[in-house]
Write a protein that binds this ligand. Sequence first.
Ligand code: GTP
Length: 261
Amino acid sequence: ESLAGHLPTRLKGLDEALCGGIPFGVLTELVGPSGIGKTQFCLKLSLLASLPANFGGLDGQVIYIDVESKFSSKRLIEIGMKSFPEIFHKKGMAQEMAGRILILRPTSLSEFAESLHQIKISLIHQHVKLLIIDSMAALVLGEYDCGASRQQALGCHVSFIKSLAEFSRIPVVVTNQVRSQIGDEPLMYSFQAQNHSRKKDNHAAYDSHLVAALGINWAHAVTIRLVLEAKSGQRFIKLAKSPISPPLAFPFNITSSGVVL
Ligand code: GTP
């Protein structure tokens, strides 16, 4: 499905499991509870897509749909300065790198739909190498309280986003916040066999929550699902859905250099 290539995350185990990184041409979903690091992960991917090719980047532009105004160019530059000082400490380069990321802040689903059509045009004419939507659920949940109409409205957008990924052959990364529906427990999966029953429960909670919020079309449209979660103070990123890999999990941290293993 991803013959066109990958955007490496530079999280070693994850890149190996993904056969090189976030695949081009399909939807990759990042899900997890509030504060787990979804936006931080998106900042890192934006940076990696915009880096010059001799630093292993895609040397491209990024379209970043920032629904909740969480994007921070200051933080992006901080991550760049720490991770790629050779580039970011050169005069004017930090601004140039940040300038490669086009931020869109739609305030409604209809504005979002309009921006998708503009995006389609820029995908043809510009050097866009990554599309991020942070977050889809926020966009959709902000607009409707009725599940049926929300899912109807979403259905066509989902197909359109998927077609954007396919026709432009770029990675499309979408975040979604989830909460466990089992009491107030934070959403977390266990990777240990002895906790197998809880793991199953949380999977069910996750699925029903997302389906309730975004509809079954959404769940099926996503090719790669990465679940971010915390367990005993340690953050994990788990490859929860993949056509090629078993559900592996990798510990990660968030430092001044961004998301690191
Ligand atoms: P929601 O948007 O609420 O769903 O959360 P999210 O999953 O997008 O979380 P986000 O990526 O915003 O991560 C927030 C976490 O990242 C914070 O709890 C901090 O631990 C960490 N973080 C954010 N900014 C910084 C920073 O500038 N430096 C460091 N070291 N950590 C940061």
